[in-house]
Design a protein around this ligand. Structure first.
Ligand SMILES: [Zn+2]
Length: 522
């Protein structure tokens, strides 16, 4: 039996420079990965796609807030009390384990969300011992997942590495609101690192201790929860997994956004619009539409302050994994910070029904209202999304090529092209270098390879999913003085077919093809 796909993919990811195990030359703790050159480029491209859809196109704001937060912030947010996993310690070797994970491995059922008492009973009933030394396991308790630190030399000012990027946006909200003209809605996003001190990191990039998030907070007046642009996209279809009807699980269904909204699966147009954006994002990353779904969380699973939550789940070789959550968090976060900081988080905005002015009289000042804004928050994990992109693009040997390769969309691929002189002599390398310089000056991410057979260089390019290979050959040199200039061959990754084009046109053509997602000649 062949090993699961994720094992093979992790080997490839490391050998081909997508990922590097962090601090590998020491006894590295698990749950940390570095991104190698090809991986860092792909990750950056995923972030750029998100930025384009969630910030640039709608004209929202992007900030970059600090990753170290003073303790009171995380007391207010609830993380100090509630951001914890159920853990038990071996009485013999003192190693600690996730009680729910031990039970899942033994019983093949989900134990997520169970209380320590139930987990204790489960461990006893299933006679589970320490996986490391077979010793007896101690009582299950909660372990907080934040990385503690302290600010200043004295160490008496406790702080944490942030467990999510969202808090920075809530803390900055009041100033941003005023700077932006005291108007709602106001949408602020950020991309950045967050930390979660997992008890037992597993599943590669899926459960890491340091990871990157892309989060947006859409602040709005709850009396005005219409979304600009929703009319245009309300007919689009997404795949949802509705909550169970009592004890009866319901099947996935493809449903129009407007219908899902009408049937109460989504609390408002804003959340529906965020689903549309995530759907567009995943399509552009090359994740097939039948591999992901939006799971509507049942009401009894929602936190008390939430009025709706929809998770984006992707089918991978690990099973279904959650890569994003979109939550209608009401005014919970800002109200918590108001309570704990003693700062007023109310804002003054124009009320919905401004009275019309009567003829001949000056227009009355529009009525205003004071409120703590509500928020819809789409929150996405970059590393998990990266993994889904990798799995979606993977092609085993025999699928079009004799080697394993990656079919990334050009917008995501680590490089748009490789530049290859057929030989290193006879002046071909000089022409290739000139082209390389021109392409890089045009802002295209390209790489250079001049040694080995041309077939091997094409194969190496396929192995990291580079969509185009440009070869400078003897014809390029011999016809350098032809009218219209010399030509080169461009090889398309997916079908390996080649096309002869003018060297002067390469930068424009590459940009055009990449934008159109053209990856084969035919
Ligand atoms: Zn043990």
């Amino acid at each position: 039996m062949s090993p699961p796909l994720h094992e093979r993919l992790m080997e490839l990811a490391i050998s081909r420079g997508f990922l590097l195990p962090s601090a590998e030359i020491y006894q590295a703790p698990g749950g940390f990965y570095d991104y190698g050159p090809a991986g860092a480029a792909i990750k950056r491209h995923i972030q750029e796609r998100w930025r384009q859809l969630f910030i640039t196109e709608p004209g929202f704001l992007e900030i970059e807030s600090c990753t170290v937060l003073p303790q009171p912030v995380l007391v207010a947010s609830g993380h100090v009390e509630h951001f914890a996993d159920p853990v038990c310690e071996c009485t013999k070797c003192k190693q600690r384990f996730r009680a729910d994970h031990l039970l899942e491995q033994k019983t093949m059922q989900s134990w997520a969300g169970k209380q320590p008492v139930e987990l204790n009973e489960g461990l006893l009933a299933n006679q589970i011992k320490c996986p490391a030394c077979k010793g007896d396991l101690g009582v299950v308790g909660w372990a907080n997942l934040m990385f503690p630190t302290s600010i200043g030399a004295g160490g008496d000012n406790p702080a944490y590495l942030r467990p999510e990027t969202a808090q920075g946006i809530f803390l900055d909200f009041k100033r941003l609101f005023v700077q932006q003209g005291s108007k709602l809605p106001l949408a602020v996003g950020q991309i950045g690192r967050s930390y979660r001190n997992e008890v037992s990191p597993r599943q590669g990039l899926i459960r890491q201790r340091e990871f990157t998030q892309m989060e947006l907070e859409y602040f709005f007046n709850p009396a005005q929860d219409k979304m600009d642009g929703f009319e245009k996209i309300k007919g689009e279809t997404v795949r949802i997994l509705p909550p169970a009807d009592g004890d009866t699980p319901l099947a996935e269904q493809d449903i129009r956004l407007a219908d899902a909204l009408q049937q109460g699966y989504f609390p408002n147009e804003i959340l529906a619009y965020m689903i549309h954006l995530e759907d567009r994002l995943y399509a552009s990353l090359g994740i097939p539409k039948n591999k992901y779904r939006f799971r509507v969380m049942p009401r009894d699973e929602l936190p008390h302050y939430s009025k709706g939550n929809v998770d984006l789940e992707v089918q991978t070789s690990y099973g279904w994994i959650e890569t994003s959550g979109i939550a209608y968090r009401t005014d919970f976060d800002l109200s918590q910070h108001a309570k704990h900081s003693k700062k007023d988080m109310n804002v003054t905005v124009v009320a919905e029904s401004a009275a019309a002015s009567e003829p001949g009289k000056p227009a009355p000042a529009p009525p205003t209202t004071r409120l703590v804004p509500h928020v819809v928050e789409p929150s996405m994990g970059v590393d998990r999304t990266f993994w889904c992109v990798l799995e979606s693009a993977y092609r085993p040997a025999g699928e079009g090529k004799e080697w394993e390769w990656f079919a990334f969309p050009p917008a995501v691929a680590p490089y748009v092209a490789g530049v290859f002189p057929l030989m290193r002599k006879d002046g071909l390398e000089e022409i290739a270098q000139e082209l390389l310089t021109a392409l890089r000056a045009a802002g295209l991410e390209v790489y250079y390879a001049s040694s080995g057979s041309i077939g091997k260089r094409y194969a190496r390019a396929d192995e990291i999913g580079v969509p185009y290979g440009i070869t400078i050959d003897y014809e390029t040199k011999e016809k350098a003085n032809e009218p219209g200039g010399p030509t080169v061959t461009v090889r398309f990754r997916d079908d390996g077919a080649q096309e002869r084009v003018k060297i002067s046109e390469v930068p424009v053509l590459l940009a055009k093809w990449a934008k159109a997602g053209k990856v084969r000649k035919g």
